[in-house]
Design a binder for this molecule. Structure first.
Ligand code: DX5
Ligand code: ZN
Length: 215
């Protein structure tokens, strides 16, 4: 069964506590937290301060997805805010290997996110050093976009790469995931499903999370 990681980008920030409570009552194991800087991606979301508040509401895994340039400047702040997993974009890191070592030395799990156009060969030589690959199935920056179908092939290619290297790396798929496409995503080899709009715009978010879990 996949791990479900609802993206709080689609939550209601005027009543965030209620959305966190809802997730705590659900089968979602992870909270996916999308940090955007207005430079790496066109949108701006939130930073360590909001994550610190969210951290206090839950014991679930805080999975922080950094869509920012120079993530090394903020890794420690996100650790202090309570991140369990810190994911950086391969496209934002000139010295990716160093970024990964920094995240691990701070005591967090390290993830690398890959944009839709980015070839998997760019992460081949660090696959043994990381805990998670976040495959973007939309262009990062906004919730509620459509899943890019080519991602399915990328998931199975990544699965093969991980198996060949015998590395214990989770495949997370992020963007446009819904109850309509989740089963093909899991079949292709995904371990973690991120879902923003599919969960928070649903009339019954808890039941939607259960449905995604059963894929
Ligand atoms: C996109 C973010 C995603 C997004 C997912 O830039 O990284 O996590 O919030 O939202 P949905 O599921 O609505 O595409
Ligand atoms: Zn994300």
């Amino acid at each position: 069964m996949p791990i479900i990681a609802p993206s709080l980008l689609s939550a209601n920030y005027l009543n965030l506590a209620a959305d966190c409570e809802m997730l705590n009552a659900s089968e979602a194991e992870w909270f996916h937290l999308d940090v955007m800087d207005g430079k790496f991606v066109p949108n701006i979301s939130f930073g360590p301060m909001i994550i610190e508040f969210i951290r206090k509401t839950t014991t679930r895994v805080c999975d922080v997805h950094l869509m920012i340039v120079e993530p090394e400047r903020y890794a420690e702040a996100f650790k202090n805010a309570g991140a369990d997993i810190l994911t950086v974009h391969v496209e934002a890191c000139t010295h990716l290997h160093r970024n990964i070592q920094q995240i691990k030395s701070l005591g967090m799990k390290a993830g690398v996110a890959v944009n839709p156009h980015t070839p998997l060969s760019l992460i081949e030589h660090v696959i043994g050093d990381i805990d998670l690959v976040c495959l973007m199935s939309v262009n990062p920056g906004f919730g509620g976009q459509s899943f890019i179908p080519e991602t399915l092939r990328k998931i199975s290619d990544l699965k093969k790469m991980i198996q060949e290297k015998n590395a214990p790396v989770l495949i997370e798929v992020d963007g446009g995931v819904s109850v309509h496409n989740a089963s093909s995503i899991v079949q292709a080899g995904a371990d973690v499903l991120v879902a923003g709009n599919a969960v928070f715009k649903s009339t019954d978010p808890i039941q939607t999370i259960t449905a995604l879990k059963k894929m």
